[in-house]
Design a protein around this ligand. Sequence first.
Ligand code: NAD
Ligand code: ZN
Ligand code: ZN
Length: 344
Amino acid sequence: MRAVRMTSPGVLEQVEVPTPTAGSGEVLLAVGAVGACHSDLHVLDAPPGLFPTPITLGHEIAGTVETVGAGVTGWSAGDRAAVYGIIGCGTCRACLRGRENQCRRVPPGGIGLSRDGGLAEYVAVPASRLLHVGDLDLIQAAPLTDAGLTPYHAIELARPALRPGTTCVVIGIGGLGHLAVQILVATTAVHIIAVDTSVAALDLATRMGAHHVVRADPEAVDRIREIVGPAPDGADVVIDCVGVDPTLTTARSVVATGGQLLLVGLGGGTLPVRPVADEPPTMPLETNVVIPFWGTRAELQELIALGRLGLVTADVQTFPLERAPEAYDLLRRGEIHGRAVIVP
Ligand code: NAD
Ligand code: ZN
Ligand code: ZN
């Protein structure tokens, strides 16, 4: 079969590989759609040794069951499914509470990151990773498994603070951010301020229901402050879907005293945290900082329900498998709006 693999660190190419078979407890999925995540660019850019090679990338997967392995119950050929990408140990304190994204034994990774993923015609995954998608289009289901699930989980963590009438700033309106805006619209009654360097991304944010858009330039903090008011007031929740130094500076400069800062983007920036006496303070008093990772299976099921209700719909650009490397090049250049989805 054809697969798009990181054949050596930093090298992404389409190659022929043997079609996998479903092992015990696994299903073989005919890949219907796979989202191109910015994290894949971080994987390609990572120092040699951090990720296994060769590896088939693609961790936002939806498809149709082709065959089931020994011992699999509840799934049969033709079933349509989304793939929950994390494979926790299943027995640690976090996994037992359903928080496989916090597994204390298996390092962060998953299908398409630490074992072969979905940028291929077929992928073998543990049956326990599948969720039924009903009548949801697979091209819609795929981005929900990560671009949707990650902000959904972050919003879940901050939900007690997302009271009606409060303000949430979302920085970076790409694959994750545009779904973050929709999830906020669908599940809260907060004012949403979207921030991005790209005018096209801000237009997308407006279409998704953001109430204010702010261009990420040196005046961004001032313009957000005009909306949320001066310190110690500010944004109740800030979701940074970029995570570089400038966005982290914006985030900590606009978050309210007692607010929440959700650091989702893996851009490699640093958030300074110093005790209170500093002037100017690095962060308002009582700020909660969380570094969310992906999400839980239960959250993905809820998000699929929102997708099936038409309340969360990814804005997608589709590419055939052989054009996957080109899709990643466009993503790197900031020329993908919403999510690029590869359709093998
Ligand atoms: P993307 O490329 O689709 O979107 C990024 C957006 O950020 C773009 O709209 C871009 O214009 C904007 N942007 C870039 N620099 C900016 C700046 N300085 N200020 C404001 N906006 C800026 O990326 P994505 O797939 O949505 O991923 C976003 C980040 O989240 C990546 O770092 C990715 O690795 C990370 N991620 C984290 C998790 C997690 O579990 N924590 C999961 C998935 C992705
Ligand atoms: Zn991802
Ligand atoms: Zn575990």
